[in-house]
Design a protein around this ligand. Structure first.
Ligand code: ADP
Ligand code: ZN
Ligand code: ZN
Length: 817
């Protein structure tokens, strides 16, 4: 008799693999347990069991597994089904989904690089012999590969040992950035058992007879124990007794006390709990009732509420109802940066029942949320996260909110799975029989289409909370202003006056500029040469603060040249402008105001964003300049003016969504103005004040924008009328890529009876030294999406079988955004 387990490997492989197991293992293994397995000659991976069976594989000899890593499944059957759906819909390997879904702390493999945490001091007496050996090796060497550890411990089953060291917060995996360290273990103290009796006490006092400080500490301990009735942490004891850790240590050495560690949850929101009573406005209440009515019939509902209509409060009410039914709630946000504000708003109602899950959290934190969700723990009744939170092991999911559903960051671009979190959430909800609420002031065309064609429910809130008026939007014609010399740098006189007026009243200002850096280009005034990235087909961006030219695609950077590399002229000038330059001009124009900047350059690091938001909220910043990060649902109550520095570069993006996005971006940024009492003001600087999209923004005409765009989408064959699959091909050899892309295009063009476009050279045709070509396939509603994908898969397989093209990298992006 032979016994086998079928596993998913965390690799870009479409198939499951068969490994051989013993009879006892065969009976023990359940779907969703992790198993470490050998792969290839030397590799080891953490695989996921999907089934056990007794059929030998026909194409290869099944290898033996190394070991079973879990006692109980840590992935649920629904997850596996959901992941299979993702793989099939988004045309990627199930292994890609598995790899993308799991925190890397749960996916150790032979290539994993491990290093010691520099921030923690370790009590080596808590380590097992094997753990200590690894610890010691890491004292001598800054990092080790799993393979090295196999050699050190002289055995192959080492993942559990590494896992323990990870859990003890002693080591970390290399790919994670080691930022602000939050202790996971709290050290507690208790009396040594030998003194836990009446005779013990007198013995103890005898021991401490001559040591006053120690005696005092022990007496304090007794007092605290009597009054506090909770485990006593070392910290608490030292504080209460006003003693020192040295005294504690002596007492531990004397075996009067013993210390022990308790895991404390890293994310503690209990402090915020103030249990407010939420009273909805009539408009909110009506919206809430309508959503519930829609949910009686439909699985998905769109809440289309203008900016500052108080959508969050409606969400809170609904969440409360699902929690009362003991359901788990998933709250998806487009941007991790937004979690801070949301968490502090939600934790006022739900306290410690909130867990946060996103990529800036380190492995330990993510693993912990994973486990809490799996156990349906109280600590994770509400999960707030960016798109990857969809992959958590929910067992009892009742409700999913996708806030700011129109945001393109919900679509993952690289690596596979290239899924759209909104659409994937709807499918997930279906498996759980859960409801989905999509929220936005500027819904995506696709979603609004679904909501008006009765697929989704539609609920609208048309007024701001507190009946505050929508901001007044004024347009400034840049052509005219430059002509009449009314510009100072990039500021029109109108904008300067408005900023002066607002800041004089102590009100705050937000300025929106879609580009970071100082200026996009450095240009030679003699020959017109613009420095380019060596590896990408893009010009370098000038960053004044660092005096550097940087590539925003690959990170390549050089010091700002003193002369032109083409003609040696020293007359160099900057062209265009970014946030950094706006901030500098501001400092000159408004020397008395404090300015801040929010873009990718200033928000690096785990708390970078929080810091800026907090100082703006606390009014330490008067004028905040930022990129589209500003457009995403932030709530500041003292902002009375929003300025859009230049509306045009958004409008003329070569992309069928450019007008839709420009409308969303401008409406959202405008929505930050005048949110609480006074009507706010918005000034949009543009060369095209008569442009339809800008006019639609000005009068808050979402319906007009929708109608116009929908018409274009139909004429030009785009979503929602056509589904789009984009195929990207990359190779270092320009000619080979050109031939390969043509080959694939022709095969698709001949065999698919639908529009196939390309192969196109994109605007930026080389990144990191790889040339790029794209092919677009447009699938009309009348064709079967599944059928088309099946044929495409076959063609991609035959492409891969053509020897000269095998090295060309091909990626497929379904529902390309
Ligand atoms: P939206 O997400 O629709 O843009 P928010 O939910 O951020 O709007 O609400 C805008 C502001 O109004 C927030 O500061 C919020 O606290 C406040 N607000 C909304 N509804 C209520 C309510 N029912 N009671 C008290 N304050 C509310
Ligand atoms: Zn030159
Ligand atoms: Zn580059």
């Amino acid at each position: 008799m032979h016994f086998f387990v079928e596993v998913i490997l965390p690799l870009s492989l479409a198939k499951t693999f068969t490994y051989s197991v013993s009879e006892a293992e065969y009976h023990f293994i359940q779907q969703g347990m992790r198993i470490s397995v050998p792969f290839g000659k030397t590799k080891i991976y953490t695989a996921l069991a999907v089934a056990t069976h007794q059929n030998s594989p026909t194409l290869y000899d099944a290898k033996e597994i190394h070991e079973i890593l879990d006692h109980t499944p840590i992935v649920t059957p629904i997850q596996i089904t959901h992941w299979q759906w993702i793989a099939s819909y988004y045309m990627c390997a199930i292994g890609d989904v598995y790899r993308g879904a799991m925190p890397s702390g749960l996916l150790l493999e032979s290539e994993t690089i491990i290093s010691k945490k520099t921030t923690s001091s370790t009590d080596t007496s808590t380590l097992s012999d094997e753990e200590f050996l690894i610890y010691e090796a890491l004292e001598l060497q800054s990092s080790l590969k799993v393979q090295d550890i196999i050699a050190i411990l002289n055995k192959k089953n080492i993942f559990p040992t590494i896992q323990k060291l990870l859990d003890k917060n002693i080591i970390s995996l290399q790919e994670e950035t080691q930022e602000t360290y939050k202790p996971k273990l709290v050290r507690y103290i208790r009396l040594h058992p030998q003194y836990n009796s009446d005779q013990g006490l007198s013995a103890l006092l005898e021991v401490l007879k001559k040591a006053n400080k120690q005696k005092e500490l022990v007496l304090n301990y007794f007092q605290l124990q009597a009054s506090y009735k909770k485990p006593i942490s070392v910290k608490k004891l030292i504080e209460t007794a006003q003693s020192s850790s040295a005294v504690v240590k002596t007492l531990i050495d004397k075996a009067v006390f013993e210390d022990y560690l308790i895991q404390e949850d890293r994310v503690d929101f209990s402090k915020n709990l103030t249990q407010k009573d939420l009273v909805l406005s009539p408009a909110q209440q009506k919206g809430l009732e309508e959503i519930k009515t829609e949910f009686a019939q439909k699985e998905v509902c769109l809440l289309h509420g203008v900016t500052a209509s108080g959508k969050t409060e409606v969400y809170i009410q609904l969440i409360e109802e699902y929690l009362a039914m003991h359901k788990q709630v998933l709250f998806l946000l487009p941007e991790i940066a937004l979690t801070t504000q949301l968490v502090s708003r939600l934790s006022a109602y739900f306290g410690n029942r909130i867990a946060v899950f996103h990529s800036k959290y380190n492995n330990n934190e993510r693993v912990e949320v994973w486990r809490n969700v799996l156990q349906n723990s109280d600590k994770a009744q509400i999960v707030i996260g960016a798109r990857s939170a969809l992959f958590l092991p929910f067992s009892n999911l009742g409700f999913i909110i996708v806030d700011e559903e129109h945001e393109q960051t919900f679509k993952q671009t690289d690596p596979a799975p290239r899924y759209h979190a909104r659409d994937t959430a709807i499918v997930l909800a279906n498996f759980h029989k859960a409801k989905v609420l999509l929220g936005s002031a500027t819904p995506s065309i696709e979603t609004y289409f679904n909501a008006t064609t009765t697929k989704f429910g539609l609920v609208e809130i048309k007024e701001r909370y507190g009946k505050v008026s929508m901001p007044e939007i004024a347009l400034v014609d840049l052509k005219d202003k430059y002509f009449r010399k009314k510009m100072t740098g990039h500021f029109s006189d109108t904008l300067i006056e408005a900023i002066t007026a607002a800041t004089t009243l102590g009100e705050q200002v937000i300025l929106f500029q879609n580009r970071r850096g100082y200026a996009p280009l450095l240009e030679c005034m003699t020959c017109g040469h613009v420095p380019q990235c060596q590896q990408c087909d893009v010009s370098l961006t000038y960053h004044k603060h660092k005096n550097q030219l940087r590539c925003h695609y690959c990170g390549y950077a050089i010091a700002k040249p003193t002369h032109c590399h083409a003609c040696s002229s020293i007359e160099l000038t900057t062209k265009g402008f970014g946030t950094e330059q706006i901030q500098q001009e501001l400092e000159q124009l408004f020397p008395d105001s404090k300015t801040g900047r929010m873009d990718q350059d200033t928000t690096r690091g785990k708390f970078g964003f929080e810091k800026i938001i907090n100082s703006f909220k606390n009014k330490e910043i008067d004028i905040l300049v930022g990129t589209q990060m500003l457009a995403k649902g932030l709530d500041f109550d003292n902002v009375s003016l929003v300025g859009i520095m230049n509306a045009d570069n958004m409008l003329y993006h070569p992309d069928f969504r450019a007008f839709e996005r420009s409308f969303q971006m401008m409406t959202q940024v405008s929505g930050r103005s005048g949110r609480s009492q006074k009507q706010g003001k918005v000034i949009i600087q543009t060369y095209n004040p008569d442009h339809n999209t800008i006019q639609q923004v000005t009068v808050n005409n979402y319906a007009g924008m929708y109608k116009e765009q929908l018409y274009d989408r139909q004429i030009y064959k785009y979503p929602p009328y056509f589904r789009i699959i984009k195929i990207t091909l990359k190779h270092r050899d320009y000619e080979k890529l050109k031939q390969g892309a043509m080959w694939l295009y022709q095969v698709m063009h001949t065999n698919l009876n639908i529009p196939v476009l390309g192969p196109e050279e994109p605007g930026i045709n080389r990144i990191r030294n790889e040339y790029i070509r794209t092919i677009i396939v447009k699938i009309p509603q009348s064709s079967s999406l599944g059928g088309v994908k099946k044929i495409m898969q076959k063609m991609l397989q035959s492409f891969d079988a053509v020897a000269p093209y095998r090295a060309i990298k091909v990626s497929v992006n379904v529902d390309f955004y």
